[in-house]
Write a protein that binds this ligand. Sequence first.
Ligand code: PMT
Length: 409
Amino acid sequence: MNSLAGRRIVLGVSGGIAAYKAVEVCRRLVDAGACVIPVLTKGATRFVGRATFDALASERVRMSLFDEDDPIPHTTLGQTADCVVVAPATARVIGAYAAGISSDLLTATLIATRAPVVVCPAMHTEMWEHPAVAANIATLAARGVHIVGPESGPLAGGDEGAGRLSAAADIAAAVSRVLEAASRPPDMDGLSVVVTAGGTREPIDPVRYIGNRSSGKQGHAFADEAASRGAQVTIVTTVDRPGPPAATVVRVETAEQMSAAAADATADADLVIMAAAVADFRPADPAGVKLKKRDGVPDLPLEPTPDILAALGASKPAGQILVGFAAETCDLAHNAAAKLAGKGADYIVANDVTARNAGFAHDTNEVLVLTYDGRIHPIGLRSKRQVAQAVLDLVLADRVAQTAMQENQ
Ligand code: PMT
């Protein structure tokens, strides 16, 4: 199981010669499907350029506590991370973290997070063996921080001894193990789950289409989360992202194709999650050849697409749980409530797509979950994987409660 896929990982890099090896750590985490946000200390940039991380990581390098795009970047980073890794961790950063001192963005983020933290020390042997460093490492380990390395071997300046940063492969494997251990028990064992993801594309002609901004990240996060909890997952998706291992992946493009694939896949499903952004209208008569500019602005009559969620709601087998979404730009709860009632869903995950760092294409999201019996659960800003986790927690808890009630009747 790839526990890194879809995970939001803050990669802290502090100022030591081993900083260049963090580039390889970054690459391995990204290759495994993680969303990596590099946080560099000023010292780190003496050893490796931020352009390297900008090019390889999933998001741009962050360095400042005072970001133009985000008034409080350390809390945003800390709260939305699934894991924070510091590689290499210098004696200074280890000491500051152990003492709770937040003198820069990295140390502030470490103190602002509740996510698991992996610290990978690297320094000269004399420093590593100093009682102050040893005590700080012991303090962090006692608080549940995962310490990886250091190894013994050649060090900078021709020295040899303990203090060498662990190999990038070992660090990535340790992060994967930490995330796996932090994930939920297999409480979806035996459940069949269908997820739709991405935005549909409705052809105008062979090269143009009506589309939308969906990246598929939220839908794929649901698929990854359900699979990691033991579910048998089918994902019907418009985007070119891998599904979780052992999942059935059905690639589609249009609403019509998604509708057919969803009808096929959902007949025996226990849980259906409609995270896809499906076009409501399509060109009624797409051209067979590319429309020419010289022929003037085309007349493009539109027709409605099939409403997949409403059709599934109308023919829902007994016991199946149907989760729809609502992407809204105003009156979130009111509009979502109308979709809950109108589409026959059991839950609506209401997404204000104008909210900061939420909705289309972001790695984070913030939603309200409206339930079949009138409850409204706010889920604050967090990674899309954590949103999926929270929604599934709610749905499964309701399912357990309903089963218990039926057994007592
Ligand atoms: O993919 P990301 O970039 O990660 O972004 C995530 C997201 C913003 C796409 C996602 O969180 C989200 O809000 N998905 C629903 C988008 C949408 O189409 O919302 P809607 O309010 O237009 O549709 C309501 C529900 O009906 C949705 O479950 C949708 O899948 C479904 N629908 C809509 C139209 C249609 N013809 N058939 C449908 O089944």
